[in-house]
Design a protein. Structure first.
Length: 259
């Protein structure tokens, strides 16, 4: 039902006028599309959705069916501190462009429908989650960027799934260098001690199953450091949900930028 707003113009009429003046465009290539927040057919076919069969722990795709609850060699060789990780898409092509547009070009309008893809990928995690928590930015980076892309995604995941959003459950206390170009051991050292749960938020975390949200999962160094801080504060379990997952060959140096 259209609701009358100031000046007697209905919400439906206002939306129609807005669509006429600013026709919806594909976030990938800027071609006109029928509905806001949708990709054109060409860009849609370039997205690599991460589908089963998956590693039950890391959420990385297998090349062939290996049975339920199968675990990848990477997860067996180096078990993560979090319980499970899932991502919606591979970090390549159009998906990489979407992340960059959200993160560095202030395209916060992309966050709601990116979150919808994340909810689809993280259904089993959301069934168990009690709170949704974003990976935070350091305050200096937050002031320069003006928003936290992970918090935007987490806010919409929370709203769409009806799982409580706790935006300041974790804070970043160490200004880390950019992760691109660092070896796995260097990434881990870079992130060590980067996060903490402030005393005022420990009651929100203690004994709860936390869903930690970020934009991209690369080596897991950031997710692991944030998980350690949450577990130190008493979190029962931590799962990780991201929009994109960097598969081998997908994380290229031209995407360098602060994380």
């Amino acid at each position: 039902m259209n609701v009358e707003i100031k000046g007697g113009i209905s919400e439906g009429m206002a939306a129609a006028v807005a669509r006429l003046l600013f026709p919806p465009a594909c976030p990938g290539c800027r071609r006109h599309v029928r509905e806001p927040g949708t990709l054109c057919s060409r860009c849609w076919h370039e997205v690599r959705f991460i589908e089963p069969p998956l590693c039950a722990i890391l959420g990385t795709p297998f090349a062939y069916e290996v049975g339920d609850d199968a675990v990848s060699p990477a997860a067996l060789a180096d078990p993560p501190v979090f319980s499970r990780a899932r991502a919606a898409v591979a970090y390549s092509g159009i998906a990489r462009q979407l992340v960059q547009n959200l993160k560095y070009r202030d395209r916060t309008d992309l966050a709601p429908w990116m979150a919808r893809w994340m909810i689809r990928a993280g259904r089993e995690l959301l069934r168990d989650a009690e709170i949704v928590v974003p990976v935070p930015l350091h305050r200096r980076r937050f002031f320069s960027r003006r928003f936290n892309q992970s918090a935007e995604l987490a806010r919409h995941v929370s709203h769409l799934s009806a799982v409580s959003f706790v935006p300041d459950a974790v804070e970043r206390v160490k200004k880390t260098q950019q992760q691109v170009g660092l070896r796995a051991s260097e990434r881990e050292a870079n992130m060590r001690g980067a996060f903490r749960v402030p005393d005022r938020q420990k009651t929100e975390v203690t004994g709860r199953r936390v869903l930690l949200v970020d934009d991209v999962y690369t080596t897991g160094a950031t997710a692991s450091a944030a998980t350690r801080a949450l577990k130190k504060a008493g979190a029962r379990e931590v799962d990780v949900l991201t929009f994109a997952l960097a598969l081998p060959g997908d994380f290229l140096l031209e995407d360098a930028g602060p994380i």
